[in-house]
Design a protein around this ligand. Structure first.
Ligand code: 5GP
Ligand code: ZN
Length: 137
């Protein structure tokens, strides 16, 4: 993808503070960190959403995110973190190259996901759950 900022980072056309690289993945520090150590793990292949990724590649991603999180914990001394993946603009995705955020968290760091729960109508949850169960069969 010629106009993708993360593809450019992978190719070294845009500089980044790299943490990790192998044949399939790259990890680097986020340019606008919400906390020190905030970093991104991305596949070298351009996929937009997690649902676009082949299972075999995805199977490698979570253990790698865990490894990077453990290294960041050791390096920063911060034990807690969010593992966050946005899929689509309404979900907060700004860079449309699949990425996993690893965000060290401290008590009182001010980062919140404000949730105003929506309400289901009577019987709606039952219908939705049944529909999804049937699709998953
Ligand atoms: P999203 O909102 O799509 O889940 O997150 C995209 C992330 O990419 C943001 O946290 C943003 O700061 C980061 N980002 C965007 N452009 C660059 C860049 O050029 N370099 C680095 N290192 N991070 C970037
Ligand atoms: Zn890309």
């Amino acid at each position: 993808m010629d106009d993708c900022i993360f593809c450019k980072i992978i190719k070294g056309e845009i500089p980044s503070y790299r943490l990790y690289e192998d044949e399939d993945f790259v990890a680097f520090l986020d340019i606008r960190p919400v906390n020190k150590g905030h970093c991104l793990l991305i596949p070298k292949q351009h996929y937009v959403r997690v649902t676009d990724m082949p299972d075999a590649l995805l199977a490698r991603e979570l253990p790698l995110a865990k490894r990077i999180a453990l290294a960041m914990i050791e390096a920063t001394g911060i034990q807690d973190f969010d593992l966050l993946n946005t899929n689509g603009a309404p979900a907060g995705q700004v860079v449309f190259h699949h990425h996993m955020h690893i965000i060290p968290r401290r008590t009182g760091d001010g980062l919140t996901f404000k949730i105003d729960p929506i309400e289901y109508q009577e019987g709606e949850q039952e219908k939705l759950a049944e529909k999804v169960r049937n699709i998953l069969k």
